[in-house]
Design a binder for this molecule. Structure first.
Ligand code: AMP
Ligand code: ZN
Length: 502
């Protein structure tokens, strides 16, 4: 077996780039905080999901498809969901099931692989109750006025991930305001709240509903185990959400560590501000997919390194579309004899950028280099004389035929490397023909166009000019109709026409 390249990741916990070493290479675990499903997800949410998907693909490549367990949860109970359900007079599940399905479909259109597990919070309430009970029993949590709070003063490492110290957090204490009045320390956070609008579950500490943070701790434990390898999410979740997940999980499970590596993606911005529902500056994935192919959106999301902010714009989408069109056009014109074979044991001379802290922009730029390398090989006459110009191999081929076969195998190799990177990035996953047809289907109409023209010629031979005129009119109408829809019909050599997007 060829040795795999080493993966490095920037760990937000240690604030250093580290070599990734899983606890068990036959069971690599990763968790990603998923959406709260009460409305459509925006493209900033998609960035977090697509970054995690690339990491998932890289891990699957290194450790094997069956050895990476990826859990992305669905938060299907939350105050905003309950409020929306009350307003609409429906069960919360009616809203959450609808938007969970839309989220899954939207991400699939962006080329995200389905995670191994997609736990729903409401299916793990029992696990949350067990965890909260343990925290109360061991003195890390306390009940107060129908609520349960985590006592941050009991956990020495609180603030380690985000860099927030307890003293700084206490500075913001606003005693007497709402929940704060019920807490021992203002930084304490809620694990359990009383039921709201009739939504609640029975628990030893009173009928109620879970706080947000405990959901992820319980679902990560149920699907992946007590100590996980990688935890992902956007930087906005570092504090308080992830800080609180660490506190709950470490104290309830009795370990020093909850996740060994924390991978946080930076914001996707609209103008100078983070895209967020509360600012009202969101662009929905669902709406973008009406106009753009999922791969265009995916490329736009991967053009910036995940630890840099990404400025979202229509120009970015246009640029990504043009780039993909160029690559697909290039692949469409590759002679079949040089077509890529899948790489199973690729010989890595140096670590590809994608393994270096998921450097997607750098890896994407390698597409252009590989493409011009292949073009160069294809455009040069395949003779021993030309071969010398771009070969470093010492022994020269003796004949044109030998030269050609060496060149073709070099092109094969370059194409295979290109396809290897594309698979890790989830790009160029379509057939070029399909790409240019844009998921549309004009086959039946174009077949009718050909049949009508055959009949028109038959009518002409039979001298039936009226029928011929009517039939040619029908074929012209078909051509005009598809043209208005952005499609051109092209005549084929055997009388069989084809179509493509203009
Ligand atoms: P939410 O539904 O707000 O909890 O977000 C789901 C995921 O998307 C989390 O990992 C967030 O950190 C991430 N996220 C939300 N807004 C943005 C944004 N503007 N840019 C990048 N990631 C974001
Ligand atoms: Zn979470």
């Amino acid at each position: 077996m060829t040795e795999q390249p080493q993966l490095t990741l920037y760990n937000s916990l240690t604030r250093e780039k580290e070599i990734f070493t899983p606890q068990d290479p036959t069971r690599v675990t990763m968790y990603n905080c998923g959406p709260t499903v009460y409305s459509y997800a925006h493209i900033g949410n998609a960035r977090a999901a697509v970054v995690a998907d690339v990491l998932f693909r890289v891990l699957r490549h290194i450790y094997g498809e069956d050895h990476v367990i990826y859990a992305r949860n669905i938060t299907d109970v939350d105050d905003k969901i309950i409020k929306a359900a009350t307003e609409q007079g429906v069960e919360i599940s009616e809203i959450t099931e609808k938007f969970a399905k839309i989220y899954q479909d939207d991400l699939a259109a962006l080329g995200c692989l389905p995670p191994t597990h997609e736990p729903k919070a409401t299916e793990h309430i029992g696990d949350m109750i067990t965890m909260i009970s343990k925290l109360i029993k061991d003195g890390f949590a306390y009940e107060s006025d129908g609520h349960v709070f985590f006592d941050v003063s009991k956990y020495d490492d609180y603030g380690k991930l985000s860099g927030n110290t307890l003293d700084a957090l206490r500075g913001g204490d606003r005693v007497g305001e709402g929940e704060v009045a019920r807490k021992k320390n203002s930084a304490d956070f809620v694990l359990w709240k009383p039921e709201l609008d009739g939504v609640g579950w029975d628990a030893p500490f009173g009928r109620g509903r879970p706080g947000w943070h405990i959901e992820c701790s319980a679902m990560a434990k149920a699907t992946l185990g007590e100590v996980i390898d990688i935890h992902c999410g956007g930087v906005d979740l570092k504090f308080p959400h992830h800080e609180n997940e660490i506190a709950q999980s470490c104290c309830a499970n009795g370990h020093d560590v909850f996740a060994k590596y924390w991978v946080h993606n930076e914001f996707l911005n609209m103008g100078s501000e983070k895209m967020s529902k509360s600012l009202g500056n969101v662009t929905l994935i669902h709406d973008l997919l009406e106009e753009w192919d999922g791969e265009v959106i995916r490329l736009a999301l991967l053009k910036a390194h995940y630890r840099s902010e990404l400025q979202w714009s229509e120009d970015l989408l246009r640029e990504s579309k043009a780039q993909l069109d160029g690559w697909y056009r290039f692949l469409q014109n590759i002679p079949t004899e040089t077509a890529a074979k899948p790489v199973s044991n690729y010989d890595f001379k140096f670590t590809p950028a994608i393994f270096d802290d998921i450097n997607t922009p750098y890896q994407i730029s390698s597409f252009t280099v590989l493409q011009s390398q292949i073009k160069h090989l294809l455009e040069n006459e395949l003779s021993p004389q030309n071969y010398m110009r771009f070969s470093t191999i010492e022994s020269l081929p003796k004949s044109d035929a030998e030269c050609r076969s060496i060149m073709i195998s070099q092109i094969n190799k370059d194409l295979s490397v290109l396809s290897f990177y594309c698979n890790l990035l989830g790009l160029l996953q379509k057939d070029p023909e399909e790409w240019f047809r844009g998921g549309l289907d004009y086959d039946a109409l174009v077949a009718e166009y050909d049949a009508v023209r055959v009949d028109a010629l038959k009518a002409k031979e039979a001298g039936d000019m009226a029928a011929m005129g009517a039939l040619f009119k029908r074929s012209d109408d078909i051509r005009d109709q598809v043209k208005a829809e952005g499609i051109v019909i092209e005549s084929g050599p055997d009388g069989k026409s084809t179509w493509r997007k203009a």
